[in-house]
Design a protein around this ligand. Structure first.
Ligand code: G5P
Ligand code: MG
Length: 226
């Protein structure tokens, strides 16, 4: 049986989860699942769930656990025989428990980025609302200032990326993430990375994954949850 590898990446808003996940997916061929992407997709589809989700995401609040689990778990069940990387899920202990009843993770990456760095990055962040494409005026600027590279449509800044809202979001992140981080630490699968630059953290993550993905045997996910 082929070796499967399932990983998750955790970190506060702006910590570089998306940026690093894309590098991991490209370098190691893992299927990439982003909770934020699926939420934006459901908002764009304007489904009943999407309308509910929008109220939380717009205010930078966490979407309720039962909604999140219903969105993510069926996708993971479909990928039972694949290796994957989760970005942004689980974020709470209840989500981690729901995930655990479908499949055990092999590895969790936790990004510890100083508050000042997060604040600078997010206040420099511009978004193409229809697609969720993210730009940073210093790190990955758009080709034409203020315009999305693909559609040419205008970019916007999130209300909750402003400094006052950010303090509250980051404090809340810490509170809910702590028990999840403790859980994965106790399972011996947590790997934390600290720093202010993604390009400096990346080589450490890359060598960790090279070692783990080559050598670690894994088992397929369990049957779907009842
Ligand atoms: P998301 O979409 O998961 P967040 O807020 O957790 O959103 P975000 O904003 O997507 O996280 P990130 O992925 O951690 O941040 O970071 P990133 O996008 O790669 O990098 C941030 C910025 O910094 C970018 O502009 C990037 O270019 C730049 N950057 C990266 N590295 C560097 C660097 O080294 N230097 C510099 N200068 N810049 C850099 O979730 C969205 C919402 O959905 C809900 C919540 O409401 C959430 O707010 N949600 C959930 N709710 C409940 N449960 C869940 N599991 C949920 N998942 C999502
Ligand atoms: Mg992201």
């Amino acid at each position: 049986m082929a070796k499967l590898f399932r990983a998750a990446i955790m970190g506060p808003p702006g910590s570089g989860k998306g940026t690093i996940s894309k590098r991991i997916a490209e370098s190691f061929g893992l299927q990439y699942l982003s909770s934020g992407h699926y939420l934006r997709e459901s908002i764009a589809a304007n489904t009943e769930a999407g309308i509910l989700v929008k109220r939380y995401v717009e205010r930078g609040l966490l979407v309720p656990d039962n909604v999140m689990t219903r969105l993510m778990v069926p996708r993971l069940e479909q990928l039972r025989n694949h290796s994957w990387l989760l970005d942004g899920f689980p974020r709470t202990l209840a989500q981690a428990q729901a995930l655990n009843s479908v499949c055990e993770l092999d590895l969790v990456i936790s990004l510890n980025i100083p508050y000042e760095t997060l604040k600078d990055r997010l206040s420099d962040r511009w978004i193409h609302p229809a697609s969720g494409r993210v730009y940073n005026m210093g790190f990955n600027p758009p080709q034409v200032q203020g315009r999305d590279d693909i559609t040419g449509e205008p970019l916007i800044q999130h209300e909750d990326d402003k400094p006052e809202a950010l303090v509250a979001r980051l404090r809340h992140y810490k509170d809910v993430a702590k028990p999840v981080i403790d859980l994965y630490k106790s399972q011996g699968i947590l790997h934390s990375f600290s720093g202010t630059e993604t390009d400096r953290i990346w080589p450490y993550i890359s060598s960790l994954l090279s070692a783990k993905i080559d050598t670690q045997p894994s088992t397929p996910c369990q049957n779907p949850m009842p």
